[in-house]
Design a protein around this ligand. Structure first.
Ligand code: FAD
Length: 554
């Protein structure tokens, strides 16, 4: 029988975890850990993933949300990395075309800009070649007039032309979650809110760990043969716990994004533009908002509470206002924001922007396999390299042969889509027809499909059974029920932030639907009035922190 992926069954799952012996435990439920779980489980390796908070609550919900090739790595002449991430884009898109969506990028060329015409043209051509970009998606160089037609907000007098090329946008947290859910179909196990606190050793080699249930405070012992530390910004904390903090170390770099209402910053399409200091910034329209990012500054503070400060916000606002002369964004215009940490590998004398984004694997004397660095885009290859290390050890220690990596052939939950984009678009049209009868529209259908893929069928089925309330509210309640039963939420904020991205992209819907979701939460999880009151305060605080930026920083 297929196991549910719901915290309603948490007790049974915890009991099971404490009784089993796993070939492999993966610590960290960001995209790196999620990719490793899927890779290992699909090779027949019995694997458990442990996440101390919610899945994707670290960096993997705070990225620019692009599955992109590395133009900047080309500038650093890191051709192997350009080839790998460039090729990976199309593979990750094919695994989940509803979630990894083609997005054309405009790179405007301005006098004294970071990229001149020659570098951009040659760069994009090399990039197309290295990454085997499909002919339809290959780069074009645009004239000044063509550029201004694509994006009339650009400064007419400074624009010389543009590079126009293909990337993909995604929802990082959902990509993480769908990898985890797909891994469950291959026999993997995953649980959130369970923090690893100690390693256990058999003759100096790791043979298990202790983990603390963040809900009950209970400590449990987990038996396993191998452990991968995929904790992103926390990698060195786990290496310290393992007493193996030698050699290379992490350099954490903070990156911030700001969200503005579409009407305040109405770019027609995604733009990768020069900031006054020569760094490059993305402006990406999404639903009814435009988000802008990112910064890149060394960070040494609390990893569990990374926030946007006034310098971050001023820097990004200034970058937009400098490039787009008709736009005068102000602090008060910010409707949401997020801040995350890049777990980069330290190189002496280099600033965060200069540090390589390459991943590396460190193996300690006691067998802890730690993977650090890397990108969302390259997660599948990172997972392959990490699981190869486990496969080598299974062969050496237990004479077990496992199959090679096959994740490039696996369709993530939400599919399958035999006809790719075409089928995704016709499914959106089909859902629009259903929702239109109730006054909802294509935006709602598109949101559902890009968020859940074909799992939206289950949400619509539930929606149609709900009778009371406004259609928008009924749809949200149906989503909440789906996520409760199938996506392991434990807290309404898991739903509002990482399952639906609403805190960032539709923040007004969080405030307006808090009560109805709290009521469904209380019914489903049997929560007391006191618990609900605490949750209500926390949701309000989080919404205030994100939406009332101008006031909260004064
Ligand atoms: P995380 O997502 O941080 O996951 C680590 C997890 O480990 C966390 O959830 C944490 O709670 C858990 N953990 C820690 N300690 C324990 C413990 N003791 N027990 C159990 N669990 C534990 N890449 C791209 O390809 N495209 C982009 O557009 C892009 N934009 C970016 C923009 C910014 C601002 C930043 C910061 C990064 C960006 N990246 C991008 C890089 C990408 O987001 C990261 O490389 C990736 O998300 C890192 O994932 P991770 O799983 O390694 O780390």
């Amino acid at each position: 029988m297929k196991r549910t992926f719901s915290n309603l069954d948490r007790k049974a799952l915890i009991r099971e975890i404490s009784q089993e012996h796993y070939d492999l435990v993966v610590i960290g439920g960001g995209i790196t850990g999620a990719g490793i779980l899927l890779d290992a489980a699909s090779r027949g390796i019995k694997t458990l993933l442990l996440e101390k908070s919610d899945f994707a609550s670290g960096t993997s919900s705070k990225s620019t949300k692009l599955i992109h090739g590395g133009l900047r790595y080309l500038k650093q002449l890191d051709l192997a990395l350009v080839r790998e991430v460039g090729t990976e884009r199309a593979i990750v898109h094919s695994m989940a075309p509803h979630l990894v969506i083609p997005e054309k990028m405009l790179l405007p060329l301005v006098a004294n800009g970071t990229y001149n015409k020659w570098l951009t043209s040659m760069g994009l051509m090399v990039y197309d070649f290295l990454a085997s970009v499909a002919p339809d998606d290959q780069r074009r160089m645009l004239t000044r007039e063509e550029t201004l037609q694509k994006e009339p907000l650009l400064p007419r007098e400074r624009i010389k032309g543009a590079g126009y090329y293909a990337e993909y946008r995604t929802d990082d947290a959902r990509l993480t979650l769908e990898n985890i859910k797909t891994a469950l179909d291959h026999g993997g196990t995953a649980i959130n809110y369970l923090a690893v606190t100690e390693f256990q050793y058999k003759e100096d080699t790791i043979g298990g760990l202790l983990a603390k249930d963040q809900v009950t405070g209970e400590e449990l012992q987990i038996a396993c043969s191998y452990v991968i530390n995929a904790t992103g910004p926390w990698v060195d904390d786990l290496r310290t716990l393992n007493k193996s903090m030698n050699g290379k170390e992490l350099h954490l770099s903070k990156g911030v994004h700001l969200v503005f209402p579409g009407e305040k910053f109405p770019v027609r399409q995604s733009v990768y533009f020069d900031a006054p200091d020569g760094r490059m910034i993305f402006a990406i329209p999404r639903d009814r908002v435009t988000y802008v990012g990112t910064t890149d500054t060394t960070y040494q503070d609390n990893k569990d509470r990374v926030t946007t400060n006034i310098d971050d916000a001023s820097y990004l606002i200034n970058a937009v206002n400098s490039m787009f002369p008709d736009i005068t964004l102000k602090m008060e215009d910010i409707v949401s924001s997020w801040a995350g940490l890049r777990p980069l590998i330290h190189e002496k004398g280099k600033s965060p922007s200069e540090l390589s984004r390459k991943d590396e694997i460190f193996v300690s004397d006691s067998g802890l396999i730690s993977i650090a660095g890397g990108k969302l885009t390259g997660y599948r290859k990172m997972a392959e390299r990490a699981v190869d290390k486990v496969a080598e050890r299974l062969k050496k220690h237990q004479d077990r042969t496992t199959s090679p990596c096959s994740t490039h052939t696996i369709t993530l939950c939400g599919g399958p889509w035999l006809k790719g984009n075409e089928e995704v678009n016709s499914y959106i049209a089909q859902l629009t027809e259903i929702l239109r009868c109730d006054g909802l529209d294509t935006d709602d259908a598109r949101y559902l499909v890009h968020t859940y893929g074909k799992q939206a069928d289950k949400i619509i089925g539930r929606y149609q059974k709900l009778i009371d309330g406004h259609p928008e509210e009924r749809l949200l309640r149906a989503e909440f029920a789906f996520c409760t039963e199938n996506e392991m939420i434990l807290d309404p904020l898991d739903f509002f932030i990482r399952r639906t991205g609403r805190l960032y992209f539709r923040i007004e819907s969080v405030a307006s639907h808090t009560e109805v979701i709290l009521s469904d939460y209380a019914d489903t999880f049997n929560a007391s009035q006191q618990e609900v009151a605490l949750l209500r305060d926390r949701i309000r605080e989080v919404v205030r922190e994100h939406s009332n930026f101008a006031n909260s920083i004064r």
